[in-house]
Design a protein around this ligand. Sequence first.
Ligand code: C2O
Ligand code: CU
Ligand code: CU
Length: 581
Amino acid sequence: MVTDKIDPKRRQLLQAIGIGTAALAASPAFPIVLKKEAFERKAGPAPGFTPDVEIDLIATIGQVSILPGAPTRVWRYEAKVVKGDPGAVIPLQDTYLGPILKFWTGQKVRIRLHNRLPQAHITHWHGVHTPSEMDGHPLYQVGPGQTYLYEFEIKNRASTNWYHPHSHHATAAQAYAGLAGLFIVEDEEEQKLPLPRGAYDLPLVIQDRTFTQDNQFWYDNRGLIAVLGFLGERILVNGKPDFAMEVENRAYRFRVLNGSNSRIYKLAWSDGEPVTVIGTDGGLLEKPQNLPYLVISPGERYELWRDFQAAKGREVVLESLEYAGVMPVVYEQHIQMMGGRGEMMGRMGMGMMAGMGGMEAMAMFMRHLPAGSRFPIARFAVTRTAQDNLELPDRLRSLPHYRVEETANPDQPRPVAIGNRGRRFTLNGNSFEMTEALPIETIPLNTFQLIEIFHLHGEEQSEHAAVEEAEPGRGMVHGGAMMGMRMAQMIDMAHPMHFHGEYFQIVERIPPSGHGVHSGAGYETVKAGFVDEGLQDTVTVMPGERIRLIMPFRDYKGLFVYHCHNLEHEDSDMMRNFKVV
Ligand code: C2O
Ligand code: CU
Ligand code: CU
């Protein structure tokens, strides 16, 4: 659907460094990897389920003007309310982003997904607590022309969630093509709070894209890109480049979603105001938190409070600041050597490519915006005079507090071990298997579980003992062999880990040890930007870090995936199932 024209300058560069363009030309922008017969399911309405709201959701092909000149062909969601509250679908103008779906806690929802794409597809409601077969597991993807029927009750508290593809091995390409939208839940309790509403409650969906010379999205996920994740050349906010808006000198609530495939942002205000976080993935915090900057990984949502009162007449920019320690060391060294520019390959970069087998990544490297560089995201010109303002409340709303003593396994956390097999990242020593779960991934219904995410790399070899003990023979896959070790160190990077099902709470974030591979280089550039409070479904795990969290597995049996939300990692099978029994 999207052509793959290479602009002449890039072609020359490619030729200059000895790479033919044949491979690139042959690479479809959205690779088709699906066996069509896979996992089709005919779902019909369940007897006795009476929806309050019924929506038709269409995943289809369209086009939208993003850059001056030719429109961009995109894949996008369209939706309409078939029954119930017309406010359940809020269309957005001039963007490929899907309409905002807005529901209330307690509503029963029926969504009929129509797949009008040329590939198999399934949609997932990221953050929403649904039955297994309503969650968008890749097992349930449907072929072109088919539909999938979702029926579930909204059990979440007020929160900003999102919907996006979860198609087998095609999540990244489909999301990149434009399939994504917000899924907002409202509830009575939040309505009573004095928070900015209406025009003062705004989404900021941050994504990065690379364009071909004729304004089409360019994408590849082979070779080194599958290791690093796809990094685009420019930032889009709510689907728009160079995002800028005029605001009033008053308080705003920004619902920020990192909808990028792999890029991690370090958000800060250009005027040095702290970043005031009022909510996480799972909605409002107990009280606002002020941070010097906020680290937001793919899949994560944070709600920010920003009062522009003191900035009257000025421009305030939401920026991404420099960071290190997030990407593999060789990548960061290469970018540093290139003076922070992503567009040219040095010898070392070439060596890295050759060593890691990623010729396809060349094209991305030619022009990408380097991870960890500084750039503007959104500009706010404080030109308008407000009629009124709101004070930031010191208390927002109460939260549950999950306690280690209440988990089913206080002394034996379930491991989520990040490792690798060659150039592919693994979880608990394995790649994704559609319907399989290890005993350590099999969880009794209606329990709280203590989970520990950690890296198997380098000096943490011994850690694999935990996996090995739980799962003899399935633990370590790269131990011993020098090559495997070296690869593990070479590709050690941050992973945004996401769990389907219910929100979790972080108990502890244990920093890198400070020795060996996990020297923690660069860690100090990000460590003040994590919010480990409240309810979350995605957490940034830095190299060498270990994260302990408590997650409830309530209400629904069945398969719920957990995976890295670097979508290129997800599609290269850095994903597993929890099987709730
Ligand atoms: Cu945002 Cu498994 O997904
Ligand atoms: Cu999800
Ligand atoms: Cu990852």
